[in-house]
Design a protein around this ligand. Structure first.
Ligand SMILES: *[C@@H]1O[C@H](CO)[C@@H](O)[C@H](O)[C@H]1NC(C)=O
Length: 267
């Protein structure tokens, strides 16, 4: 075989490979659906940390776990994601459940569009999950989130074991993991965000197989050994973690400043 011909074949093969990776939309492959609930107080703290002018839109019950998303994933990796770039989020499709979504699937990022979280979750994850019949429309995808939150609400699961939001008491990751595992019989993933040198609980993920059976989240993050327990978490395991109340401090600081100013003014 001539050298040129050989180069040509290699070139064509790599082009084909490139095409199959970028343009040909094969059925997305994945092993699990991750259902992620988020803790709004921690999400808000993190959002404000990035920019002090950021504000949060909190659910009317500020001490409630809300939905972050349903994320198809392969073991040992992240994604697939953005499986159909032409299937855009259409708010009309979720009108029947919009009021519920506004409370349960809250976009806490103040100043962004009401739909931006839903549009992002749909484009990135929903279009991939949609290969499964029970998730093959926007309405089904978002309704499934609501159903799972009602069935597996971390607010209820943790409260049942006296694990409640507090700005004074901290909790061991082992106790939090046990409260969830005792209830659902599989291992969740517990995620933290580092704030002021402490681990704040931010997300709890539970996993489902593609036939919608609840499953261990192994393969999503690695296990950490704590005593005789192995836990799927990114939280620091050497210390307790914070499960914070939403802090309305900035509001009180403003009132305090106003009162001080009035006192100064009237004296
Ligand atoms: C992508 O989404 C569009 C709009 O819903 C649909 O018509 C098309 O069949 C989808 N493509 C694939 C590969 O699923």
């Amino acid at each position: 075989m001539g050298k040129m011909k050989c180069i040509y074949i290699i070139f064509s093969l790599s082009c084909l490979r490139y095409a199959s990776m970028t343009y040909i939309q094969a059925e997305p492959e994945f092993d699990l659906l991750i259902f992620t609930q988020q803790w709004p107080a921690t999400a808000c703290k993190d959002w404000k940390k990035h920019d002090s002018s950021h504000t949060c839109v909190m659910p009317s019950n500020v001490d409630t776990w809300t939905i972050h998303g349903i994320w198809p994933t392969k073991f040992g990796t992240i994604g697939p994601a953005f499986c159909n770039r032409t299937w855009l989020f259409d708010p009309e499709k979720i009108r029947p459940i919009e009021d519920q979504l506004e409370q349960l699937w809250v976009n806490i990022f103040g100043g962004t569009s009401l739909y931006s979280l839903w549009a992002h979750e749909w484009s990135k994850h929903g279009t991939c999950a949609a290969v499964l019949e029970p998730l093959n429309s926007e309405l089904k995808y978002f309704s499934t989130g609501i159903n799972w939150l009602q069935k597996y609400s971390m607010s209820n699961i943790l409260k049942a074991e006296n694990i409640v939001p507090s700005n004074t008491k901290e909790y061991s990751i082992v106790d939090i993991n046990k409260a969830i595992k005792d209830k659902i019989n599989v291992d969740p993933v517990i995620e933290c965000k580092k704030e002021d040198g402490e681990s704040y609980i931010s997300d709890i993920r539970i996993c489902f197989t593609k036939d919608f059976k609840i499953a261990n989240c192994d393969g999503v993050v690695s296990r950490k050994l704590i005593g005789d327990q192995s836990i799927l978490t990114n939280c620091k395991t050497s210390e307790n973690i914070v499960y914070p109340h939403y802090n309305k401090k900035s509001f009180y600081v403003q009132v305090y400043k106003l009162v001080s100013w009035l006192q100064w003014f009237t004296l």
